[in-house]
Design a protein around this ligand. Structure first.
Ligand code: GDP
Length: 726
């Protein structure tokens, strides 16, 4: 049987008109997992002994016995609708939506979003957020109202009350759609409606559903549903109007296929030159064009190893291909090409455009990578390198779990490129760093819940930076044996130069001429740009010396000293950024023995630190852009939550039926924000934060904060006397 399904899938992969790439968008607990399970079972995509009569399940125990709950997975299934076969690929969206980026990435790879809403709870803030994200990415919505059994059994509602409640959900969802995508709502009929068949109702738990088309076909209507639920005849109901048929019919009928969708979607998700052959290949779903593959997910398979899953927009993936991976220098070789059939990965010879593929061998790819046979503008251009701004320690509660925890941490950092994992060499504890408090909280929960590893975590600690604010005098650093001296100055780099370096537009990896031009374009003087010796982080080291004997052979050690100085800045041993360090002169001992590492490194480190202090170095703190979507009556409370955190509200405006409050606030003050905003707005706010780089901490907080960090690190809390400019 499985072999037959595999053959059917392979056949369908070559017929893009018969493919639907979709995501399920739901508030947590509204039934995404249960629904996915039953769609798969209904489509016959889970192994034989689990399918068939066992499906007529009545109780939760049955469900548990079947044990088929597929957690957070990409799955594919086939479905027959009006005598045609369809291949339906479901891309997983993360259940948590506080990180817009993750959801957006999944939405970019699909053409339709099945919005699932719990009939009892109605639309929730997270439903709103995911629907908005789908619409922003130009993805067409349809609605499944779940848990209708609860209206009947728990709330004892009659037909009229039920209809009213369901209408309200439909109205809410339509208001969202109209607010976000008015043109598509009016002109392309993106409104969801019962009559059109873009709304279905049912119970994922009891495995039945109805819709206008299903009622016309089976004659089973709301009255029958109430009747059968009340009299415990769910099995019969399931047989006559099964969930998977009703929902997958809706998917096949109302969601666009890749050929219809890609011409609209490519301009939304890709900012490259639309007059090129590559753009045309993607819009036309050309399986003979250049390969373009968007990775949405990295997962670990016990047999195949690391698997990258995503959408093929153009060309055909084949084993052995050498493909570029965006954001990295080299190419990766595809080791195997596969697709999901049911929840299991099956290797195939090739996967053409329009499909969802899962491949191995892309060792440099991360979730969000663009993988292609020619160098191209990536889908999600990396606009700013997202540096972790908050860190906490994590340890397994049980020693035995340690190896498992290490493996999971490695995996987590691959799946979510904005998470950093390292070991604190001094204490041996693991540190995870990420984009904010909630980001780390969710990761921790995932490890505890999904992997079953109980962990203990430390308090979140914010990462700071140190940066010069003025030009220094020339200062010297002297080696312990007093035979070697370095004369340096430090000055602040302009924001434009810092950005150029951050974006990788000027780096030591590129040809010298190109680097010089990039630096000059960003405002660096010509002569300075010609003397660049090294770039460390966002700091530039200039060698302005001339004809000093032995300097070349000592340069490696000089740079080591420089790196040490910049890694642990003079204020609080936080990394230095945005400094231009100039070496003006040096005295070196004749004899190599007297200018070894133990002499040169400390001398250079001292010189750089002294110059940084003379350049009035300051502590910088990370800040975040904050966006809150909230009903207008809670707008004041929402903006108060930003202002009360040393933050600033920059903009307030209406979007659809909600008010949007935008501003910035320091990451440190954002700790605890998630519970505060919830209580301040009765849970009606949805919000996103995005890191917005580092900002100089106000002067009156500098000494206190520096002392606090030094204390935490076990350094002398007293500041060196030279740092008396506060
Ligand atoms: P997810 O978080 O969206 O994946 O939601 P789940 O599928 O895990 O469902 C959350 C809870 O709701 C589970 O306890 C399910 O058994 C239950 N549930 C899901 N669908 C239904 C339904 O149609 N009716 C009822 N009564 N419970 C449901």
């Amino acid at each position: 049987r499985r072999k037959k399904i595999v053959e059917q899938c392979e056949r369908l992969m070559d017929q893009p008109e018969q493919i639907r790439n979709i995501a399920i968008a739901a508030h947590i607990d509204h039934g995404k997992t249960t629904l996915t399970d039953n769609l798969l079972a209904g489509a016959g995509m889970i192994s034989e002994d689990l399918a068939g009569e066992q499906l007529a399940m009545d109780t939760e125990e049955d469900e548990q016995e079947r044990g088929i709950t597929i957690d957070a997975a990409n799955v594919s299934m086939t479905h027959n609708y009006q005598d045609k076969d369809y291949l339906i690929n479901l891309i997983d969206t993360p259940g948590h939506v506080d990180f817009g980026g993750d959801v957006t990435r999944a939405m970019r790879a699909v053409d339709g979003a099945l919005v699932v809403v719990d009939a009892v709870e109605g639309t929730m803030p997270q439903t709103e957020t995911v629907v908005r994200q789908a619409l922003r990415e130009n993805v067409k919505p349809a609605l499944f109202i779940n848990k209708v059994d609860r209206l009947i059994n728990e709330l004892q509602e009659g037909p009229e009350e039920m209809q009213e409640r369901l209408q309200e959900v439909i109205r809410d969802v339509n208001e969202l759609i109209r607010g976000m995508a008015e043109e598509r709502y009016e002109e392309d009929n993106w409104k969801v409606s019962v009559q059109d068949g873009t709304v279905a109702f049912g119970s994922a738990l009891y495995n039945w559903a109805i819709s206008a088309p299903s009622m016309a076909e089976t004659g089973i209507d709301f009255g029958d549903v109430i009747e059968m639920e009340r009299n415990d005849k769910r099995a019969e109901l399931h047989k006559q109007s099964p969930l998977s048929d009703v929902v997958l019919d809706m998917v096949a009928e109302h969601f666009p296929n890749p050929v219809d969708a890609q011409p609209d979607r490519i301009p939304t998700v890709w900012r490259g030159d639309d007059s090129t052959q590559l753009a045309e290949d993607m819009q036309m779903v050309n399986k003979d064009g250049e390969v373009v593959f968007m990775v949405t997910d990295i997962s670990m398979d016990p047999h195949a190893g690391e698997i990258a899953t995503g959408r093929v927009f153009s060309g055909t993936l084949r084993e052995g291909q050498e493909l570029y991976v965006s954001g990295t220098a080299g190419k990766n070789r595809l080791q195997s090409v596969g697709v999901f059939m049911g929840g299991e990965r099956e290797e195939v010879d090739s996967v053409p455009a329009g499909n969802v593929a899962s491949v191995t061998g892309l060792k440099d790819a991360i979730a969000g990578s663009t993988v292609s046979s020619v160098e191209m503008t990536p889908f999600e251009s990396i606009e700013h390198i997202s540096e972790p701004v908050i860190t906490k320690s994590i340890e397994a509660q049980k020693m035995d779990d340690l190896p498992k925890l290490i493996k999971v941490l490695q995996q987590v950092s691959k799946e979510d490129p904005t998470i950093g994992v390292e070991i604190n060499e001094d204490t041996g504890e693991h540190l995870i760093s990420g984009q904010g408090e909630l980001h780390l909280e969710v990761i921790t929960q995932r490890i505890e819940r999904n992997q079953g590893i109980p962990v203990r975590t430390g308090e979140p600690i914010v990462v700071y930076r140190e940066a010069p604010t003025q030009e220094s005098e020339e200062v010297q650093g002297i080696s312990p044996n007093r035979h070697n001296r370095f004369y340096v100055t430090v000055e602040p780099l302009s924001d434009e130069l810092i950005d150029t370096i951050k974006l990788g537009e000027a780096s030591m990896d590129m040809p010298e001429q190109e680097r010089r031009e990039a630096l000059q374009e960003a405002g660096m003087e010509k002569e300075t740009s010609q003397n660049v010796e090294e770039i460390v982080g966002t700091n530039v080291f200039i060698d302005d010396t001339k004809g000093i004997q032995h300097l070349n052979e000592t340069m490696e050690l000089i740079i080591e000293g420089l790196e040490e100085a910049l890694e642990d800045g003079p204020l609080a041993a936080e990394p230095v950024e945005g400094a231009l360090i100039r070496l003006h002169d040096a005295r070196l001992h004749e004899d190599a023995i007297h200018r070894g590492p133990a002499q040169v490194i400390p001398a250079m480190r001292e010189a750089v630190h002294r110059a940084l202090i003379d350049a009035e170095i300051r502590l910088l703190e990370p800040i975040q852009d904050v966006r809150i979507d909230v009903p207008s009556e809670h707008m004041g409370a929402a903006s108060g939550e930003i202002q009360g955190r040393r933050g600033r509200v920059d903009d307030m405006y209406q979007e659809g039926d909600l008010m949007v409050v935008e501003g910035i606030a320091p990451v440190e003050e954002m700790i605890g924000f998630s519970s505060d905003i919830r209580s301040a707005t009765e849970g009606r706010a949805s919000w996103n934060t995005e890191n917005a780089g580092f900002r100089v901490l106000v002067d009156n907080l500098q000494p206190e904060k520096i002392t606090e960090i030094r204390e935490r690190k076990g350094m002398k809390t007293e500041l060196p006397e030279s740092i008396n400019y506060f």
